[in-house]
Design a protein around this ligand. Structure first.
Ligand SMILES: [Fe+2]
Ligand SMILES: [Fe+2]
Length: 158
């Protein structure tokens, strides 16, 4: 990312529009923290056949955290102090699904990504995004669709 790709995006937004932006970006940032930790905690040597896919998904979700952390600061906002709750939720879902084995991991992935896709569809229309921000949200939404389809395919094969 170059300096020219970073912009102050809050100028000219009304209080009510800023509230919409704040709510949506906090939701996206928190959910990506949860998703990253779910995959991180699902990675295990005892399931080598899933390891590559889980590491790739984790990296992808880390990129989404980065996307929305940058957007938060561009809009003059900060992450919420209680984001550790989402970190914990991710840890719990990831760890317990790992104990449940391959199918539990895949079902947890499908549950998470179905929610993510629905959230993204809502949040894409929840605030008056400028074009670059809308493009980031749309790109990340498509990543979630890819994850969802991958976990569904792998579950069907089992
Ligand atoms: Fe994500
Ligand atoms: Fe995802």
């Amino acid at each position: 990312m170059l300096d020219k790709d970073v912009q102050i995006r809050s100028d000219g937004l009304s209080v009510s529009d800023m509230n919409k932006v704040r709510k949506a970006l906090h939701a996206l940032h928190n959910l990506e923290i949860m998703a990253t930790n779910i995959y991180r905690c699902q990675i295990s040597d005892s399931m080598p056949e899933l390891k590559i896919d889980l590491i790739a998904a984790m990296k992808n979700e880390m990129g989404h955290i980065q996307d929305f952390l940058v957007k938060l600061f561009e809009y003059g906002l900060k992450p919420v102090w209680y984001r550790w709750i989402f970190w914990m939720a991710g840890w719990i879902i990831g760890t317990f699904s790992r104990f449940g084995g391959k199918k539990a991991i895949l079902r947890a992935g499908i549950w998470t990504e179905s929610k993510a896709v629905r959230h993204y569809e809502e949040l894409l229309h929840a605030a008056p995004w400028d074009q670059p921000t809308a493009e980031v949200i749309e790109k990340d939404r498509q990543d979630e669709c890819v994850h969802l389809n991958l976990w569904k395919t792998l579950l069907d094969e089992n």
